[in-house]
Design a binder for this molecule. Structure first.
Ligand code: SF4
Length: 160
């Protein structure tokens, strides 16, 4: 279902629910599109301080991570001393929100990846547009931010 962006009649909770449902669908599609590729799961790409390439998340992606923590009765994880993603397990080897990981984590390519030579560029772009659209239908000023920025703002709401 698509909303008319000018339709102020659609209540915010309905917009939110729809945006989250669409985001889940986009994430599932991204995983399907990238299923022919695999990697040895070393979690090197999750060492965000070292790679300098954090995933950028739309609000719905961050919200899904918060909902995951809520379901698991887990608090927001602390900042890691090694600069790794805060959602890594204590050993820094495994994602603790894997099923709900953001788009960027599902589509990241590094030198260790194995699979077909051609990447699904067009499908990735289409899915990104869909993700953007879902967010803008929820919040007209929505924009993506790096994961550490969302995390810092959640730890200290004063930083917004
Ligand atoms: S959310 Fe998970 S997959 Fe993505 S960077 Fe963090 S630990 Fe890695």
């Amino acid at each position: 279902m698509k909303f008319d962006p000018d339709d102020a009649e659609v209540p915010e909770p309905v917009r939110r629910k729809h945006a989250l449902a669409e985001t889940r669908q986009v994430l599932a599609e991204a995983s399907r599109a990238f299923s022919p590729w695999s990697c040895p799961s070393t979690a090197e790409c999750c060492q965000l301080g070292k790679t300098g390439r954090p995933p950028w998340l739309w609000p719905t992606e961050w919200t899904l991570l918060l909902e995951r923590l809520k379901r698991d009765l887990r608090p927001l994880p602390a900042v890691r001393a090694d600069g790794g993603c805060p959602f890594l397990d204590p050993a820094g080897l495994r994602c603790t929100v894997y099923e709900d990981r953001p788009f960027g984590c599902r589509t990241f390519f590094c030198h260790r990846v194995k699979g077909p030579s051609a990447q699904p560029t067009f499908e990735t772009n289409d899915l990104l547009h869909q993700l953007e659209g879902a967010n803008l239908e929820w919040q007209e000023d929505a924009e993506p931010r790096p994961l550490p920025q969302w995390h810092a703002a959640a730890l200290d709401p004063a930083r917004g």
